[in-house]
Structure formats: C-alpha cells, structure tokens
Design a protein around this ligand. Sequence first.
Ligand SMILES: Cc1cc2nc3c(=O)[nH]c(=O)nc-3n(C[C@H](O)[C@H](O)[C@H](O)COP(=O)(O)OP(=O)(O)OC[C@H]3O[C@@H](n4cnc5c(N)ncnc54)[C@H](O)[C@@H]3O)c2cc1C
Length: 369
Amino acid sequence: MCLGEVRRRGRRTSSANLRRVVSNQHLPSQGVSSSSSEPTIILGAGLAGLSAARRLAEAGRPVLLLDKGRSVGGRLATRRMGHAVFDHGAQFFTVRSDEFQTEVDQWVDAGVAEVWSQGFGPDPDGHPRYRGSSGMNAVAKHVADRLTDSYDNVTIVTRTEANAIINDGEAWTVTYQGPTREPDVAAAVICTAPIPQTLALLRAGVTSVEGLVDLQAVRYHRVIAVLAALDRSPELPEPGAVQQPADPSFTFVADNQAKGISRDPAVTFHLNPNLAASLWDSDDASVLAAIHEDLRSYLNGAAVTQIQVKRWRYSGPVQPHAERCVVAATNPGPVVLAGDGFAGSKVEGAFLSGLAAADNVLAFHQSLA
Ligand SMILES: Cc1cc2nc3c(=O)[nH]c(=O)nc-3n(C[C@H](O)[C@H](O)[C@H](O)COP(=O)(O)OP(=O)(O)OC[C@H]3O[C@@H](n4cnc5c(N)ncnc54)[C@H](O)[C@@H]3O)c2cc1C
C-alpha cells in the first residue's frame, strides 16, 4: 500500500476524497455532536481493531480505522525474503470461545486459515492450533477486505500514526504524526495499540490517566524474532516446529516451509523473553553472535542464505488486565481501550476485546437514542 492509502468498499481513493476533517488550527468549538454523525475512530488495525470495526459496521455506525503500519494485521505479521516467507509475530492461534470459533470457521471456509497441528512436541495435547493458510497476515487482510467489501460505512487508512487523542469539549479529535493527514473528529474512540502506547496518546491529548492504575501496571514481554532463510530443510520434528516455553534461548522455532506458507526453507526463531530483554539494546550483529551456536543446533547442517532480526517491544502482556476492555473516558463520548492487553490476551483475546469495545460504543449510542 502507498503512503496513507485508503481502503474503502473495494476501490482505492486518495485521502482527499474522504469526508471533511478539521484542520489543526481550527478545531471545532460548535456544531460538532458526539451523538451520531461522527464516526468512531479505531486506532490500530490488528485483529482487535478489525473485530471492533466489524461489530460497529454491522450496527450501521460509521467507522474510521487507522493504522501506522504499511498494512493491516499488527502482530499477525508475515515477511518475505525472496521465496522464503516467515510468520514472525503470532505463529498460530487457538480457539476456546464459540464466538471466535464462528469467526474462525468463516476463515477456514474462505480458505485463509486451517488447522496446523494438535500441539507440539512428542505428546501433543490434541487442541487444534490454527495457522493462516498463506501466513498469519493474510487472515487479517481477509478480515479487512470483507469489511470494506461488505460495508459502505467503513474506511481503513494505513501508514497513519495517531499522536494524540484530544477532548475538545464537544467531541474527540485525533491528531497525527507528520503531514500525512489532518485531524479527525470522532464521536467515540477505540484504541487497540498496546496499553502503554494508548496511555501515551491520551496523555498527549492532556487526558488524565492517573486513575487508570490497573492499566498502568500492565507490562509486556519483549521478543526478538530471528528469521533465517536456508538452503535446505532443517527437518524439524512434526509439524515442523518446536515449542519450548522454558528453553533459555528459544521459546518457539518453526520451519515455515513445513508449516505450508513458504516455498523455500524459512525458519522463525523466537528468543526467550529474558534473553530478548538482555539483548534488546544490542545491534543485530551482536544478537546474531549471541545466539549463533544455539541457532545452529536447529539447522541440521543446512546453511543460512539470508537472515534478519525483528524486535517486538510489545509481544504480549505478562499479565493481561482482568476486563475485556476499559472505558477510559465517557465525555464527550467514550474512549475505550482494547486489544490483547485485556482478558484472554493472544489472538483470540484480541478478537473478543475488540467486540467488547464496540459493544461499549454501541451502548453509548443507544443511551442517547
Ligand atoms: C513474537 C510474537 C509471537 C506471538 N505468538 C502468538 C501465538 O502463537 N498465538 C497467539 O494467539 N498469539 C500470539 N502472539 C500475540 C498475538 O499476535 C497478539 O495477541 C494479537 O495479534 C494482538 O492483536 P491486537 O489487535 O490486540 O494488537 P496488534 O496486532 O498489535 O494491533 C495493534 C495495531 O495498532 C497499531 N498502532 C499502534 N500505535 C498506533 C498509533 N499511534 N496510530 C495508529 N496505529 C497504531 C499497530 O501498528 C498495530 O497494527 C504473538 C505475538 C508476538 C509479537
């Protein structure tokens, strides 16, 4: 997608064609109601933001979904090096709720997801682990495409980073980093970025977060992913992946070729969060030097042809917040915090958190009706 690209109902437009937004210098003081006509702005087009957008769109609410990334998906991330394709964020997902199962069944019917394994190691627990059929990011893209193809009232904008959420008295105004987009006015805001980033957006808009003590306490694991393209398969044990939560070097090692998403041998190594934290400020060469011997032990003699390091500052919460979402402000409309930092965490938790946040916004509109 190009700079500030806009996805809307299967066609591509420039942001200039969007509904009018206020300029930096002329924030509205009158005539803007947080009641009905203004959209809900959703920050973050990972799975939480996408599921929130769909629930609001289904209910007929206008939605503006923005993400700072080049594409939708967030931590449902897939990267290519030639014909080597790597899932480098989430590796798989599980399903425990009926609501998520209904959604995943749709993904399976559409051919974008399938069961990868019933567990890892010599004694799989039999619980299905799903993968994106051509990578995890394709699942998010499918959800986004379905949204823009099915609903007129949803606009998705990528490469646009919010830098503040401002209460201007009668509505919320979201401002952005750089010149890519003028501020937008919203009846409600749903923030799905990791909690520390969301709190920073509220602080930047001079909304107090001092009362949100539980949220300030949520910490995230850092993970470093190392992506290695190989000259031949390393022949990892079935199903082509090893999960070792207690291993001092790697918690997960997966051959994306055996997984079925890569033409060429392509192995993702996730460093143990403790090791990742200790190497966080080291440069890539130092990270690779520190893990060199342990990495080789998984290669079965295969040679590395290309290698990359990717850092995830917020891979997942150490301990998620107890609720599915939190309403951080109610006036002039709700600001709801959601994402995998809330109950459930992981891919499924993010999906359910987005739905819960949207339900809060819908309840607000119903209370005005
Ligand atoms: C290394 C790793 C391994 C994982 N493994 C698994 C696994 O095996 N199974 C599993 O279930 N889960 C796993 N997870 C967790 C899973 O990926 C997440 O729980 C889930 O994808 C989070 O979705 P989300 O929508 O809450 O957040 P995200 O996907 O992070 O989406 C938030 C979005 O907000 C955007 N954003 C942030 N700030 C701004 C801003 N200021 N303006 C605009 N946009 C902004 C970001 O670009 C991002 O796209 C893993 C994660 C990582 C990183």
